[in-house]
Design a binder for this molecule. Structure first.
Ligand code: FPP
Length: 224
């Protein structure tokens, strides 16, 4: 059976779920946060050490301001209300992406990372204002500036995900089959599961069903 150390998730479908059930995209984001909580619990139960969640892409700034504000308020309240408990559960929070938010949110993100930095049970990487292409460009610029060789190892070391093992498994909910500029380098050998359900409807059983399927796959990494 395949070991499972790192799961990455593109949590797609909040807007559609919200429109269908409550006639409001933001209601879908609120419900989506409940799924985040469920999946964190289930990740711990499965003894998975890394969970990377795509919460806001560099392209998501193109959404209406009202929706963007709602999402960041949700995040702010989540951190204010939940970080102490996550810390108590020995969970480490790391932000991927560039922190170009309000000074208040930047401070909250930095404090949350700092507070949980020594925790060891589970590392949650929250991708916020994250885009894989700009992450790669930044890595190449650093390599160029430091006049070091371009190699797989040096690229790994200059990405924001340095010291984080690559995802074994990527799940994308919401019935769409694309990567949306998410961890393009790091997902090179990941097993990818596209899930029909919208993120707010995704639950523990769905997560465990995918994990069981993943464990059965013969992972070759180019060999036979
Ligand atoms: C994609 O669905 C989802 C997002 C852009 C936001 C993800 C946010 C959450 C799950 C809740 C907040 C999370 C935290 C950690 C505070 P979409 O809106 O693109 O859905 P659509 O494809 O149906 O429009």
């Amino acid at each position: 059976m395949n070991p499972l150390n790192h799961v990455a998730i593109i949590m797609d479908g909040n807007g559609r779920w919200g429109m269908k059930h409550k006639n409001s995209r933001n209601a879908g984001h609120k419900e989506g946060l409940k799924t985040v909580e469920k999946i964190i619990k289930e990740t711990i139960k499965n003894k998975i050490k890394f969970l990377t969640l795509f919460a806001f892409s560099t392209e998501n700034w193109k959404r209406p301001k009202k929706e963007i504000n709602y999402l960041f308020n949700l995040l702010e309240n989540f951190l204010l209300n939940r970080i102490q408990d996550l810390h108590k559960q020995n969970i480490k929070l790391k932000i991927l992406g560039s922190k170009k938010f309000s000074p208040k949110l930047n401070k909250l993100l930095n404090n949350s990372e700092k507070k949980t930095s020594k925790n060891t049970k589970l590392q949650i990487n929250l991708a916020l204002n994250y885009g894989s292409k700009s992450e790669l460009i930044d890595a190449f610029k650093k390599i160029n500036k430091n006049k070091i060789t371009i190699s797989e190892k040096n690229i790994d070391k200059n990405l924001q995900t340095k010291n984080i093992p690559v995802p074994d498994l990527l799940i994308r909910t919401g019935n769409t089959k694309r990567l949306s500029n998410f961890l393009l380098w790091q997902l090179a050998y990941a097993e990818i599961f596209f899930e029909k359900k919208l993120w707010p409807a995704f639950n523990e059983n769905d997560f465990n069903r995918i994990i069981i399927e993943y464990k059965k796959i013969k992972r070759n990494f180019g060999k036979i």
